[in-house]
Design a binder for this molecule. Structure first.
Ligand code: G4F
Length: 347
């Protein structure tokens, strides 16, 4: 039985990865933060499942910046694989809390790989990097693993620091450190302040008469949206490869926020027609004429990455991984899941 440690197990990706590794018969350990309110809803089904009963899932309290306890944990559980998925992950918020964002995503990663370096048999290490390390490229090309790092927000800066650090430590110390440069990957488990979840929840609620209008920021922003459950498989494959490397994890196609919202509302049974522009743009239901989408400049960002689309060729060639669900299909599956939440009927 292999042993894996997931840092960030309570998040969207951590919870899917924990399920996947338990199904593969791993002993899975997860690092969780102490908080007065429990934040374990995403892993609750697994915690109460047979896998947990059979000792396949164990949780430990810890913090990214508590190096002493992390070193002790590594010595105790001797993991074969460590997946680092933790840290402040909201790009817009990173302008408001830049220090926490950089401490967690930047220095937090340094703490982890320094601790690994001291082990007799260092575990293989997956670092959740992000397309945000590339900023807003203007060459019109899809990004590859060799695209220069040029972040445009504090979150991207921290991820660029950590990604480059993994490359340096891989070369300098021979460690098995890999970065998955993931583009947006979504699911019904996405946090409610990310735009896809905000849209899918609103579409279901408006349909059910529980909300009137969805207020969004930049409708023109385009994202390379995939399905999170597929991306955690790439994370695992990355650590099974013969040698450590970085991989772009993306669908290779973008959809705008407007198009994503249109697909979501159509899935909820409401075709939306957009009119106006900029802050005055609205989306109306074609059947009733009611305004269901409006632009609110509070959700604009000081700088928004606009042209991020990944070239996942290396992941396909080396790992045999390719995204299957993209863009509008992600919107549809998320709305179906919200619908089930609202009606109590299965998706
Ligand atoms: O859903 P978002 O907040 O995701 P964003 O900023 O692309 O970041 C996500 O993906 C990155 C790449 O994988 C990760 F590194 C990061 O950790 C996170 O998972 O925003 C998507 C787009 C942006 O352009 C934003 O300006 O949607 C636009 N948007 C328009 N209205 C909105 C809204 N975003 C949010 N959160 N809320 C809005 O109302």
């Amino acid at each position: 039985m292999k042993t894996a440690l997931i840092i960030g197990i309570t998040g969207q990706d951590g919870s899917y990865l924990a399920e996947s590794l338990c199904a593969r018969d791993y002993a899975v350990h997860g690092l969780v933060r102490r908080a007065s309110m429990f934040n374990r809803a995403r892993i609750d089904p697994l915690r109460h499942s047979e896998a947990a009963g059979q000792g396949r899932l164990t949780l430990h309290y810890g913090e990214l910046n508590d190096l002493t306890s992390f070193r002790r944990l590594l010595r105790t559980i001797e993991p074969d694989e460590v997946y680092h998925l933790a840290g402040q992950s909201h790009v817009g918020l990173s302008f408001e809390i830049p220090e926490v964002t950089c401490q967690e995503n930047g220095m937090g990663t340094l703490h982890l790989i320094e601790a690994l370096r001291d082990l007799d048999q260092p575990a293989r290490f997956y670092h959740a990097a992000s397309s945000e390390i590339f900023g807003s490229p203007t060459d019109g090309r899809r990004q590859t693993e060799d695209t220069p790092l040029a972040p445009v927000n504090p979150y991207g800066c921290a991820k660029a620091f950590a990604t480059q650090l993994c490359r340096v430590y891989r070369r300098a110390h021979g460690l098995f450190l890999c970065s998955g440069i993931a583009y947006n990957h979504e699911s019904p488990r996405r946090g409610e302040n990310f735009v896809t979840r905000k849209i899918s929840m609103a579409a279901a609620r408006i349909r059910a008469g529980q909300q009137a209008v969805l207020r969004l920021g930049n409708l023109d922003a385009r994202r390379d949206w995939g399905y999170a459950q597929e991306y955690v498989e790439a994370m695992w494959l990355t650590l099974q490869a013969d040698k450590p490397d970085d991989y772009i994890l993306a669908t290779g196609r973008t959809v705008s926020v407007r198009e994503f919202a249109a697909a979501a509302f159509t899935e909820a049974g409401m075709e939306v027609v957009f009119e106006g522009s900029g802050e005055n743009e609205i989306g109306r239901r074609r059947d009733t004429g009611a305004t269901v989408i409006a632009v609110d400049s509070r959700y604009y960002r000081p700088v928004d990455s606009t042209a991020l689309v990944g070239d996942p060729t290396r992941a396909k060639q080396v790992l045999g991984w390719a995204a299957k669900t993209e863009g509008e299909a992600v919107a549809r599956l998320m709305v179906r899941a919200e619908g089930a939440l609202l009606t109590g009927r299965p998706a």
